[in-house]
Design a protein around this ligand. Structure first.
Ligand code: NDP
Ligand code: MG
Ligand code: MG
Length: 330
């Protein structure tokens, strides 16, 4: 896959243009600050009573309402939670999308599943850092950058791709390198990853291991350390050096057990289920369910959240983490 670095991107495409960053949360704050420090003209769009307003002003950024920011800017980067984007787009952004403006995203969900349908006379691109906002900001400030993705959904001006690359450069991504993708690929792989591996897969694996040990009569505290607490050590090794490095650093016993048992746990049944989940993402079935869930004010999300918080592993964990007060002191 081709990697794009600083020299493939031209910041001049953004000079003389105003960029509105809508939202000042994890991504909004980091992207707005990086854009500003790259010498660009940035405004932040927030709701009138927003608790984020003070922070943005203290960071030296002009704050306007979302509608004012959208009206005054040439490029509008939407960085509020994905569930809130369609309504805010419809009411406060769409009316100001005059021909030749550009609309940017850091996640493709709303465009890919048709929850936001921009008029044909604007550019629509995606620039997605592969890190949370605070890390994006910290590395930029250190003169480095995190890798990222970019994609073009709609190219009205003929410059959308250049614009996306310039935006990626301005927030520091081309220092590390960016890959070109599509809204479809970014959205579907993101949903699949969080459902099957990162969030759904990992939490279910932790709970299943914990429950199996507790059911067999082992102490929940011991089960917590083995199945949850120690995961961080393993993930850090994998993150830094891949699977090989992790396996080199654990004992030979652990490594042998890994090869022997891993494929029995993540077996053909699990793989078949993963393919099924992917189909539901590709068909839009998951998206429809999630969109309706939001329209109903998230009843399933709230019920699951409550039930999961009461799980034994959470109660035991709370006590055990008291013994490790250094955790989470960032
Ligand atoms: P956050 O949840 O951190 O965004 C919160 C911000 O959005 C706050 O400033 C909040 O303002 C504002 N906001 C919320 N609702 C509204 C509304 N109705 N009208 C106006 N402003 C509103 O978002 P993230 O940074 O996590 O995500 C932004 C986008 O980036 C998403 O598309 C996400 O998928 C994507 N992304 C996120 C990553 C991450 O690391 N978090 C990584 C890569 C992509 P207020 O103070 O008024 O509530
Ligand atoms: Mg995601
Ligand atoms: Mg062990």
């Amino acid at each position: 896959m081709k990697v794009f670095y600083d020299e493939s991107a031209d910041l001049n495409l953004l000079k003389g243009k105003k960029i509105a960053v809508i939202g000042y949360g994890s991504q909004g704050r980091a992207q707005a600050q990086n854009l500003k420090d790259s010498g660009l003209d940035v405004v932040v769009g927030l709701r009138p009573d927003s608790p984020s307003r003070d922070l943005a002003e203290r960071d030296g950024l002009p704050v306007m309402t979302v509608a004012e920011a959208a009206a005054s800017a040439d490029i509008i980067q939407i960085l509020i939670p994905d569930e809130n984007q369609p309504a805010v787009y419809r009411e406060e952004i769409a009316p100001h999308l005059t021909p030749g403006k550009a609309l940017g995203f850091s996640h493709g969900f709303n465009i890919h599943y048709g929850q936001i349908v921009p008029p044909p006379h604007v550019d629509v691109f995606l620039v997605a850092p592969k890190s949370p906002g605070p890390m994006l900001r910290r590395l930029y400030a250190e003169g480095r950058g995190v890798p990222g993705l970019f994609a073009v959904h709609q190219d009205y001006t003929g410059q959308a791709r250049g614009l996306a690359l310039a935006y990626a450069k301005a927030i520091g991504l081309t220092r590390a390198g960016v890959f070109e993708t599509t809204f479809r690929e970014e959205t579907e792989t993101d949903l699949f990853g969080e459902q099957c591996v990162l969030c759904g897969g990992v939490t279910a694996l932790i709970k299943a291991g914990f429950e199996t040990l507790v059911e067999a009569g082992y102490a929940p505290e011991i089960a917590y350390f083995e199945c949850l607490h120690e995961l961080k050590l393993i993930v850090d090794l994998i993150y830094e050096g891949g699977l090989t490095e992790m396996r080199r650093r654990v004992s030979n016993t652990a490594e042998y057990g890994d090869y022997r048992v891993g494929p029995r746990i993540i077996n053909d049944y699990v793989r078949e289920e993963m393919r099924q989940v992917l189909k539901e993402i590709q068909s839009g079935e998951f998206a429809r369910e999630w969109i309706l869930e939001n329209q109903a004010n998230q009843p399933v999300l709230k019920a699951c959240r409550r039930r999961e918080q009461e799980h034994l592993i959470e109660r035991v964990g709370k006590e055990l983490r008291r013994m490790m007060p250094w955790l989470g002191q960032k």
